[in-house]
Write a protein that binds this ligand. Structure first.
Ligand code: ZN
Ligand code: ZN
Length: 213
């Protein structure tokens, strides 16, 4: 086979793989020009998590890769290494008829301060359900600790705890998780529902569970 010569750098196909008419290095440089030099990563100033296409995540190599994927949609990318303000990616430019062409490229990371939805709700004391706990103070305390751990594990939270006559009122960010907590543990609770208002034409209720401990 006659050796090809790259029209840009004059290397021959004896020493370097070719991609079409060009050596893979020159082809990579040409096609890689469209890749942004800097990408913006949204980071929550409260919890430090970053926005990815799978939601807010603790920042690490895996989540940074996910965040970058939504900024570099046309490419398959793999994070090689990263530092405070830049990251090195392996970027697949093409996998078509002419073979696979990929380059290693350093991209700047520009962090944008945001407040994520869950921190926003926390700050506002957002809640959908209330546990009205009455009875033995120690049992109530242990119960609240359990609720706290359970909610934390599900990305939810206790918005507020009010001390009242005979016990505590615990405000919980998610109705669904409050329900799950009760049904998984077979807790005898008396539920009541308060209409809070309308949201997109649907009635929104706050669930209140009276629990004796
Ligand atoms: Zn070349
Ligand atoms: Zn946050």
């Amino acid at each position: 086979m006659v050796a090809k010569h790259c029209p840009i750098c004059n290397r021959t196909s004896n020493v370097i793989r070719f991609y079409g008419e060009f050596c893979e290095k020159c082809a990579g440089e040409m096609l890689g020009e469209k890749i942004p030099v800097v990408i913006e990563i949204e980071r929550c100033k409260k919890c430090g998590r970053i926005r990815t296409k799978e939601g807010m995540k603790e920042e690490d190599g895996k989540s940074l890769n996910l965040a970058a994927e939504s900024k570099l949609k046309n490419y398959r990318i793999k994070l090689i290494e990263y530092s405070k303000d830049k990251a090195l990616f392996d970027i697949v430019l093409d996998e078509g008829r002419q073979g696979r062409l990929s380059i290693e490229k350093e991209i700047g990371l520009e962090y944008k301060n945001i407040t994520c939805e869950s921190c926003y709700k926390r700050i506002g004391g957002y809640h959908e359900a209330v546990f009205q706990l009455r009875g033995d103070p120690e049992r109530i305390e242990r119960f609240v600790e359990k609720v706290g751990r359970y909610m934390e594990a599900r990305g939810e939270f206790i918005a507020r705890v009010d001390k009242v006559e005979g016990g505590l009122n615990v405000f919980i960010s998610s109705k669904k998780s409050a329900n799950a907590f009760i049904s998984e543990r077979d807790i005898a609770a008396t539920a009541s529902y308060t209409l809070m208002g309308l949201k997109s034409g649907k009635r929104i209720y706050k669930n209140t569970y009276a629990i004796r401990l």
